[in-house]
Design a protein. Sequence first.
Length: 541
Amino acid sequence: MPTRKRLGDLLKDAGLVSEEQINETLTNKSNNQKLGDALLERGYITERQLIEVLEFQLGIPHVSLYQYPIDERVLGFVSKEMAQEQHIMPLRMQENELLVAMNDPMDYYVIDDLEISTGLGISPVIATRDDILYAINRYYFNNDDGIDPSVLEDDDESPIINTLDQILTTGVQLKASDIHIDPQEQHVHVRYRIDGQLRSEKTIPKQFQNSLIARIKILANLNITQTRLPQDGRIKTTVGVTPVDLRISSLPTVNGEKIVIRILDLNNALMQLNELNFSEQNKRKYRQLISQPSGLVLLTGPTGSGKTSTLYASINDLNKETVNIVTIEDPVEFQMEGVNQVQVNSSVGLTFAEGLRSILRQDPNIIMVGEIRDQETAEIAIRASLTGHLVLSTLHTNSALDAIPRLTDMGIEPYLVVSSLNGVVAQRLVRKICRDCLTERQPTEMEKDIFSKNNMTVDTVYYGKGCSSCHHRGYRGRIAVHEVLVIDETIKGMLLNQRSIADIRTYAKNEGMEFLIHDGLKKIQTGLTTMEEIMQVSISI
């Protein structure tokens, strides 16, 4: 048994954290959160540093489970529930000892429990949390696929309930934003969107397709007899110990109904403005925009670019006892204490436009409109911003400047756009280089050329070479790149004189506005992301 030292002391002895950082983390972490997880969350240490310290100080080896030959016969020693809850994975037997991969090999209570329940000595090795979760998903869950179809004939739904539980649990554990259940001709494909990319993780026998889809539709209060039209619903539930809001969308296809489940983790729902990866210049500009007493501020970008997260972070920042904030959304994504949120319901006539009219009679200071979709909503939002209200909303455009012609294309008079619009933020999400395998390299000639075209230089760029933390993909998590356009008096004059968007772009550039490409290149310089990611989202170079 290793010497029972405390993790904080080990990390302090290794010079990775200070006493103050440990005390601050212990004071502010949630009750059931482990110190190591809390330090990782705050960015004081990386997972690789944590593993190296434990490996060196405790003499416990680190293993990568990516291609580890796990002996499936030992799975029976540890229940799936315990493996998931404690982040442990039995690997194999060696000389009357059970080799167990643990995310926290200093959790001696778990080791004691395992020794009592198995009657074996426990030999711990260290693995990353994500590595363990992938292994659990791969070995425990995929072993449940061989369900006997005959059990469904007895109205025993438990295999389908278990299968759906497994699909949802895996999605939450892998931090997926969406789960795709795709009916194919011979089987049903389950794919998870992780860090913006779809990944196949599981297949389900074709005979369970209808029962699984019916189960999802029942939970989401959808019409299970309607299979020829798209439907939308939601499920509010707890997966494991994580409260989640699930958005359900069904779409009829030739092989049956395709289901997409959007996962909203209610624990990590509300972000602060400081967590949104704004550069210092962009953050300062954006704070000035949302601190105005009136006017319209728009967030633009395609679906899945993080607009809603920024909108909620902004409302969270503005949410004070002295202001009346009312939102109208479709759907209400996260419920916020102290904010009056209205859910659009077109079936009873509560559209964005109708709801917005009623909100104006509620004496609001700040109004948030989930999305400006049509001329009527745009007109009411603009008139509200001209009568002393701060209005925040989203629009689907490619860049900040494109928001101006989009509003006029909707039929809004140019003079109304000029008088109401305070500013526009465009954003995209790009994958973030894994901190545990971040590696320097020399920039290529093409990369130097792109930096040079944008009046920037670069000596070193970074990439993730792949490790167990990121499942050898080189990326882990996503960050936002932004551009913030402030509509100043000069731009208003240019718009009133019908100057082209190209002229306004040139003026904004000369005034020091950072476009998406510039913000992206800065994030490449600091080792946050790669040129490949920025090139996929940037409009021009």
